[in-house]
Design a protein around this ligand. Structure first.
Ligand SMILES: NC(=O)C1=CN([C@@H]2O[C@H](COP(=O)(O)OP(=O)(O)OC[C@H]3O[C@@H](n4cnc5c(N)ncnc54)[C@H](OP(=O)(O)O)[C@@H]3O)[C@@H](O)[C@H]2O)C=CC1
Ligand SMILES: Nc1nc(=O)c2c([nH]1)NC[C@@H]1CN(c3ccc(C(=O)N[C@@H](CCC(=O)O)C(=O)O)cc3)C=[N+]21
Length: 345
């Protein structure tokens, strides 16, 4: 087992960017994000390792996100200089949920960092469905808003389906509109936007030179926000994907086959050591707020996984910040399309 771990770590650290020969999935112009191969030094700069080969490399999502944000900030500034426009994100926040308010605050701050304008429309917990639909409609018609995000979950009395369907497909930077999700699921079709957490997952794997093509990937969770689009996107990158959910019997028998394990559940410490194959790359998307604290907790028992995996994203500081940078990237793409502006090389 130790041999396997040592080998997989060496592969991870030394391999050149294996996905560079792959056609980018999205027809988005994502220079410097999907395309170029990171140099070995760039790869290792996102991985911290204590030089003990029997523990996993920790993937530094904050440094990946900072790199992406620096690229986006340059492009936003170029757009401003060339056409005197900046991308705009409209967020609708319903109610007082602490986690939702935190996530919206993080998104707003990230927009400021790269020069994207953001407006947050706040509605009370007991607002009516037509008030939310009106708020979406205002943003749909606002020419300085290029991306719209309705923070989920919504209070139970509101119909999530109806509200998501009302977002203009061209402004659906979350990628949750059925047209975008449907196109993601259908081979040969290109969605205008892919959900940010799924993009974040692939971005982390790409930037750490983890090969996806031909690998066995297991996704735990099948929600619209994370699990479902992540399994679809991993398939587009030619992984063989299995999906585990709340009705799966003996999930550990499936997860322990995975070369890449993605967990999108929201149950702290669900994934234990015996769920993992030695050398697996673990992407922990779980982000649960710990009760009576501002700490967040992932789905994977980190201390146990450290001794089994070859690389792992921590929580916080793993895939979460990369997800946020993908929202910024989608918003910039939306603005580029709206203004038919392309970055001159
Ligand atoms: N880091 C990031 O970038 C992001 C993190 N998140 C986080 O991801 C987590 C999941 O969010 P979200 O997808 O919205 O949550 P949902 O509650 O919508 O979905 C949870 C999924 O996990 C499955 N599930 C629940 N319990 C188990 C179990 N014991 N074993 C296996 N599967 C189980 C459910 O199965 P079933 O379908 O059968 O009900 C469902 O598919 C949250 O912590 C959220 O905060 C979300 C978005 C981005
Ligand atoms: N319309 C909509 N779109 C979403 O994309 C969406 C949503 N609703 N509802 C909730 C989930 C959750 N989600 C996260 C994004 C970033 C972090 C993130 O950046 N987490 C930080 C920690 C955050 C903290 O410190 O509280 C980290 O992991 O380092 C977490 C979770 C997006 N979601």
């Amino acid at each position: 087992m130790q041999g396997t771990l040592a080998l997989s770590w060496r592969i991870l650290a030394n391999k050149s960017f294996s996905s560079s020969s792959m056609t980018p999935l999205v027809c988005l112009d994502r220079p410097d994000i999907w395309c170029p191969a990171p140099s070995p030094s760039e790869v290792s700069s996102h991985l911290t390792h204590d030089y003990n080969e029997h523990t996993a490399a920790e993937i530094n999502g904050r440094s990946i996100a900072n790199e992406i944000k620096a690229t986006l900030a340059t492009q936003v500034s170029n757009m401003k200089n060339s056409i005197n426009k900046v991308p705009g994100l409209g967020v609708i926040l319903v109610g007082k949920r602490k986690d939702s308010r935190t996530f919206v605050r993080i998104k707003k701050k990230a927009c400021e960092q790269v020069g994207i304008a953001s407006v947050v429309t706040e509605l009370p917990d007991d607002c009516t469905e037509s008030e939310v639909l009106d708020a979406v409609s205002m943003l749909n018609h606002n020419e300085s808003i290029h991306g719209i995000l309705v923070q989920l979950p919504l209070p139970n009395h509101l119909c999530e389906e109806k509200i998501i369907n009302s977002v203009k497909v061209e402004k659906d930077v979350d990628g949750f509109h059925p047209v975008n999700m449907g196109n993601l699921a259908m081979r040969g079709r290109e969605p205008l936007f892919i959900p940010c957490a799924s993009l974040g997952c692939i971005e982390v794997l790409n930037r750490c030179s983890v090969e996806i093509l031909g690998k066995k990937a297991v996704v735990i969770g099948r929600s619209m926000i994370t699990g479902l689009p992540t399994s679809l996107l991993l398939q587009r990158h030619h992984a063989t994907v299995s999906v585990v959910h709340s009705f799966t019997k003996n999930p550990e028998e499936i997860t322990c086959e995975a070369d890449i394990l993605v967990s999108d559940v929201g149950v702290p410490n669900l994934v234990r050591s015996h769920w993992l194959k030695p050398g697996v790359v673990v992407i922990d998307m779980g982000s649960t707020l710990v009760k009576n604290s501002s700490d967040v907790c992932g789905d994977v028992c980190y201390e146990e996984a450290m001794h089994k995996a070859s690389a792992i994203t921590p929580v916080p500081g793993g895939v979460g910040p990369v997800t946020i940078s993908m929202l910024l990237s989608n918003t910039l793409e939306a603005a580029k399309r709206a203004y038919q502006w392309t970055q001159k090389s």
